[in-house]
Design a protein around this ligand. Sequence first.
Ligand SMILES: Nc1nc2c(ncn2[C@@H]2O[C@H](COP(=O)(O)OP(=O)(O)O)[C@@H](O)[C@H]2O)c(=O)[nH]1
Ligand SMILES: [Mg+2]
Length: 304
Amino acid sequence: MFKFLKNFSRSAKDTAKKFFHLVIPYTVDKESIKNIENVLYDADFGTEVTPEIIDEIKSALKHDRELRRENIIHIVSMVLKKTLEGAEASLNVDGQKPQVICLVGANGVGKTTTAAKLAYFYKTAAREVMLGSCDTFRAAANEQLNSWGSKLSIDVISSQHGADPAAVAFDAYKAAVARGKDILILDTAGRLHVKSNLMAELQKIFRVLKKSNADLDPNVWLVLDSAIGSNTIESAKTFHAEIGLTGLIMTKLDGTSSGGPLVGAYKKLHIPIYFVGTGETPESLEQFSIENYIHRLFPPENVF
Ligand SMILES: Nc1nc2c(ncn2[C@@H]2O[C@H](COP(=O)(O)OP(=O)(O)O)[C@@H](O)[C@H]2O)c(=O)[nH]1
Ligand SMILES: [Mg+2]
């Protein structure tokens, strides 16, 4: 019995550590404000968001000599809410048919997994979905997407390793039209030999898609890994400048990451955030909600 309780309390603590993403000090005064600044920088809120929060805390400290934890949480939440205003978005599934979603991003951020999760998400919402495997650069990428497709009973269009990604996109689009699909999700490569090649490849995909339908307005969603903090915003800026992004997705929020870079990226670019990834299963994808995001940062203490 005693042993059980001991184990239980340890696992409860682990849970608390895992989900308590932002550890706010119990009290903050003028002297200890640096502590909260460090917490925010450690959580990758960066120079986009941290100074704003610190300014708010400083101005609250003009009225109270000392702020309690709940006051700080309130201030952080308010600034985040304000910063993220307008960030929630959902795909207009009743618009063009098929809607094309092209997932782009660096290697390993979770594009292929997210493509499968998105397909599952829309399939569950009774939409006809198709996947296109435009990462022809990595030998295992086709296999990975095809294996998701057969697990989830979703059609996948793919070609052989080394094929032209734009040709796969073209074939996938034609097949999606022919089969009356509502949504086509294209997975793409993360890195080619030279960085500029990747952007050229992506631009070619869009050019070729436009050839099959001049009115096509593809959704271009950048997948960001929340575990990679510092250069997220820089990478988002580069992708946006080169290919024009229409949405963001942040993966791996189930880890210890606060998702701070997501807030910074939104503040800088004002590109809507469609989804967050919270695990490796098909179900672990949530539509982005500001309220849920803040709740994840500061879960009610009595949960633990
Ligand atoms: N914990 C967790 N792992 C994820 C998530 N999304 C993707 N992954 C994992 O990240 C790794 C790279 O994913 P992959 O989709 O192959 O990345 P890609 O190179 O961008 O296509 C895989 O092991 C995935 O299972 C997520 O939201 N949470
Ligand atoms: Mg991949």
